[in-house]
Unconditional design. Structure first.
Length: 392
């Protein structure tokens, strides 16, 4: 299986041609801001050095970021064009997943770090078992090192007695502070000098899918943006500020529609009978979001004596990122406070980055891990918990 990997997420660009475990060509260049001008010649040179034509490739892979916005987009566009021309399989992995899968760590929390501009860092969170199998633990984060170290402590507490391993060029920049907090955590040093196409190839050929922090096999690889552009967020908020969305109680007459959304959104959906049976329970708090008379989202939670659990919160795909999930969550937390609920828990897929970001914005934190919880992909479920301010 001959393929080509394009590592262009930073100014250090690499193109690797690999046949099985053998490297046929490896081109490296520091392009600065010249990704658009320099990447295509590097690809052509690598193929020529390997003695191959594009049509000989079975797969083409690109780094999906995070990293340089321009580098990621140019690398992905080049890889897509090459895969299309060659009739090859298009693959991708984030820079964080590539570092984690190639690091060779065992029984550890692996935290890949990549510079994010100013003094910020991108951080990934993965776990390696005793055999070295790497599994995604939680959504990536971006911020100053102090905030990220708090996130590392939170993730480490979930895993228990395992080591912590920092890898990647961001670890080189902050090595002294990382070692002060977690002695030995940057040893042996791995990719402290930059990203590598070898790691990208290792990650995509592992074919671990979402459980390993990689794209699902049935989805086109897309850039990973850990931090949304401020201009994009402003436009979205302005566009959705006056959306005619109304929240009300979920009633028996809504169950058929809600169950349809459930089947559309979740791979392990609740049946209609479940909703009917739960709506009669006094501890259930269930709401729907309506837009122009059409149900576009819903939530169902159990709020008992001091404790609660959010079972499901879903928004139809065409209405996402319009503030609907946020409004459902606000109303749920208001009801939890009114009922003197001190803590509220939920489960979320480790690869569901948008949901984790939403819950974090409302004060939910990592509280546990249910390994292999989702049977369709083998993904773990994160247990997240919200605590009322007076009970924290």
């Amino acid at each position: 299986m001959t393929g080509l990997a394009i590592e262009a997420a930073t100014s250090h660009v690499e193109v690797l041609v690999r046949d099985g475990a053998a490297d046929l060509a490896h081109e490296v260049e520091d392009v600065g801001l010249g990704h658009t001008r320099r990447l295509a010649p590097l690809v052509a040179r690598a193929l020529a050095r390997a003695g191959l034509a594009a049509s000989d490739l079975a797969w083409v892979a690109a780094d999906l970021g995070p990293g340089s916005f321009t580098g990621v987009r140019v690398g992905l566009a080049t890889a897509r064009a090459l895969a299309l021309a060659a009739g090859a399989e298009m693959l991708g992995a984030s820079s964080l997943a590539a570092l984690a899968h190639a690091a060779g760590a065992r029984r550890a929390l692996i935290v890949p770090l990549v510079p994010a501009g100013r003094r910020d860092l991108y951080a990934g969170f993965f776990r390696a078992d005793t055999r070295g199998t790497v599994t995604l633990l939680a959504a990536p984060r971006v911020g100053p090192l102090g905030e990220l170290l708090d996130a590392v402590a939170e993730a480490h507490a979930v895993l228990g007695r395992v080591g912590v391993r920092f890898v990647g060029p961001g670890a080189a920049r902050e090595r002294a502070r990382l070692e002060e907090r977690y002695p030995g955590s940057t040893e042996p040093g791995f990719r402290l000098d930059g990203l590598s196409a070898h790691d990208l190839a290792t990650a995509v050929l592992a074919r671990r899918g979402p459980a390993g922090g990689l794209p699902a096999a049935d989805r086109e690889p897309a850039p990973l943006y850990v931090r949304s552009a401020q201009a994009e967020e402003r436009v979205r908020h302005q566009a959705t500020a006056h959306d005619p969305v109304r929240l009300r109680a979920l009633e028996p007459r809504d169950v058929h529609t809600v169950a349809q959304i459930e089947r559309e959104v979740f791979s392990d959906p609740w049946p209609e009978s479940f909703f009917h049976s739960e709506l009669s329970q006094p501890v259930v708090f269930a709401r729907v979001a309506e837009k122009e008379g059409r149900i576009v989202g819903y939530s169902l939670a159990w709020l008992g004596a001091g404790e609660g659990h959010l079972g499901n919160l879903a928004v139809v795909p065409g209405e996402r990122r319009r503030g609907i999930a946020r409004r459902l969550l606000v109303e749920l937390l208001e009801e939890a406070r009114a009922r003197s609920v001190a803590s509220l828990t939920l489960e979320v897929r480790v690869a569901n980055f948008p949901a984790q970001a939403l819950y974090r914005a409302f004060g939910f934190r990592l509280a546990g891990l249910r390994r292999g919880y989702y049977r369709d992909t083998g993904e773990d479920a994160l247990l997240m918990e919200w605590r009322a301010p007076h009970s924290a």
